[in-house]
Write a new protein. Structure first.
Length: 562
């Protein structure tokens, strides 16, 4: 019973002194530790004296136990004594370690040698990210310490009521008993619980002192962030800057060298339009080696400066990048095939992109697409967008777009206007009168635009009365053609009239239909509707001159006979 009580005392002292090393390591000279309320301050020497006293007491207990072991007769008693000796020895060693820690003011764990173990990949990964975790722990040390001290203080405050109740119960029992042996035992236990209470109060006082000190040093979030940033740039900013500069210098330097070499080789070649397979392969290998060399320079700088935090961060980033690239390996392979001009899209061919035909003028990591029908429209897209596309060779006569800027077009819905702007996104036309109409390029193409600016034909159909049936196939068409041709010449359209023909069209229900076919030059496309009306007017004037009757629809009503 007595040995058990002493063991509890030792562990309670260990609990008290576990919170002291941080103060001893952070300050020089004596550590001032406030006592429980009502007491003054005690120096670290007094604490060391108390610890030395308990170490001496444990040593004397060990000597006594060893003597008891020698005089013990039964094996059961010997095993019990050996167990107590081992427990006292462990307590003494722990107390000696804390005594040395308190007296020396250094972390003894940092001086212990570590034995190397067998390679384990999970342990290696942990060792790789350990510097980052340590930096994060360092940045969050103060709030974590505050939370730990508050939790410990709350735990001690929760224990004190139970300890007080135990002391009161023991005191009440000792007062009520008349047995001297029982009273002695109860008083002994009460003293142990009073010692326990003192230790808890001392620990609480130490924690309150540490909390008070930390709260006095309290910083705002902005101040803490600024301090952390300043610390980072002061300690690691230079290393990060040197690493980034080394990466940029190697990368840009090799790119500049490659461009110079390409320029020298291009001067000796007449054909600069199309690259050979070997030229593309060498360019691909150069790009890969450029990235590898620049990354190697960055890692070399961090390795030379010994900045393992930034080095670990870069390595983790590269591992993540490699894992991401693994997921899209097949797509990367398709992009490489395209770059080598071995894929479904090839340089110099024609493909449809965004609903518009394009010429692949330059196939590279950023591919250049051109359409001669667009005004200065040069599309630059990443090669990954061409993975699912296909190109084909094309003939020289193939059109790239139904019209060009300045052409007059007639759309399927009857809209007619002059094209003033066209790109792969929008087509804008100006209608007669000045109003502008804008279409998305895909919608414009879906309306089947007819280009009137080359040449165009007007067709006018009208009917004459059946009374002129004998002349409707020969003389009337000849007279009408001569009359219309003369009328157009008189109105100034002679040079623009390319062809004019009047023919018999069909025999209708109430009229004989003739058709006027007039072909005009594209420069008269602006007058498309005016010319159509002129043909109608001249046809009516010819009927008036030659007295050809123009029929109208007749409805005959037949009455049934009863």
């Amino acid at each position: 019973m007595q040995a058990h009580c002493r063991k509890l005392l030792v562990f309670f002292f260990l609990f008290i002194f576990c919170s002291l090393p941080s103060l001893a390591a952070d300050q020089t000279g004596d550590v001032r530790i406030p006592e429980a309320p009502g007491g003054g301050e005690v120096s670290s020497l007094v604490v060391l004296e108390t610890m030395e006293k308990y170490m001496s007491e444990i040593q004397s207990q060990l000597e006594q136990k060893r003597k008891e072991l020698e005089s013990a007769e039964s094996a059961e008693v010997k095993n019990k004594i050996l167990k107590e000796i081992n427990e006292l020895t462990d307590s003494l060693q722990e107390l000696e370690k804390n005594f040395l820690h308190m007296a020396a003011g250094v972390d003894l764990k940092s001086l212990e040698s570590r034995q190397e173990s067998d390679f384990k990949w999970d342990q290696e990964v942990v060792s790789l990210i350990r510097p980052l975790v340590q930096e994060l722990k360092k940045m969050t040390a103060r709030p974590r310490k505050l939370e730990r001290l508050r939790s410990e203080a709350e735990e001690i405050r929760n224990k004190l009521p139970a300890v007080n109740r135990a002391i009161e119960n023991l005191s009440e029992l000792a007062r009520r008993t008349d047995n001297p042996e029982l009273k002695k035992c109860l008083n002994s236990l009460r003293k142990e619980w009073e010692n326990k209470k003192n230790r808890l109060e001392n620990s609480l006082a130490v924690i309150r002192a540490q909390l008070k000190k930390l709260e006095q040093e309290k910083q705002s979030f902005v101040q803490a962030a600024r301090q952390n940033l300043e610390s980072f740039f002061r300690n690691r900013g230079k290393n990060a800057l040197l690493a980034v500069l080394s990466f940029a210098i190697v990368f840009l330097g090799l790119r500049f060298l490659w461009r110079r070499v390409q320029g020298l080789l291009a001067r000796r070649k007449k054909d600069r339009e199309k690259k050979t397979f070997y030229a593309r392969l060498s360019e691909l290998l150069f790009h890969i080696l450029t990235v590898v060399a620049a990354t190697g320079a960055l890692l070399a700088v961090l390795f030379t400066t010994g900045d393992w935090v930034l080095l670990s961060l870069v390595i983790i980033f590269l591992l993540g990048l490699g894992w991401t690239a693994k997921q899209g390996l097949m797509r990367f392979w398709e992009q490489i095939k395209l770059f080598l001009n071995l894929g479904s899209v090839r340089e110099g061919e024609r493909l449809v992109y965004a609903g518009v035909p394009w010429k692949v003028s330059k196939l590279n990591f950023y591919t250049s697409l051109e359409n001669p029908a667009f005004d200065k429209c040069h599309l630059r897209i990443p090669i990954r967008d061409l993975v699912d596309k296909e190109s084909r060779p094309f003939a020289g006569h193939e059109p790239w777009f139904p019209c060009k800027r300045g052409d007059w077009v007639l759309l399927e819905d009857g809209s007619r206007g002059k094209v003033v702007s066209q790109t792969h996104e929008m087509v804008q036309i100006v209608r007669r009168g000045g109003s502008r109409q804008t279409y998305q390029t895909s919608d414009f193409l879906s309306r089947a635009p007819v280009n009137l600016s080359a040449n165009f034909r007007l067709r006018v159909v009208f009917g004459i009365d059946y009374a002129h049936q004998a002349e409707s196939t020969q003389s009337i068409p000849e007279k009408l053609q001569a009359f219309v041709e003369e009328g157009l010449r008189g109105e100034g359209y002679e040079e623009d009239l390319l062809n004019l023909r009047v023919e018999f069209h069909s025999a209708g229900a109430s009229s004989l239909n003739l058709i006027v076919l007039a072909d005009f030059h594209g420069r008269r496309a602006e007058l498309y509707n005016r010319l159509s009306r002129a043909l109608q007017r001249l046809a009516v004037e010819a009927c008036n001159k030659y007295e050809w009757g123009i029929p109208f629809t007749q409805i005959t009503i037949h009455q049934a006979h009863e």
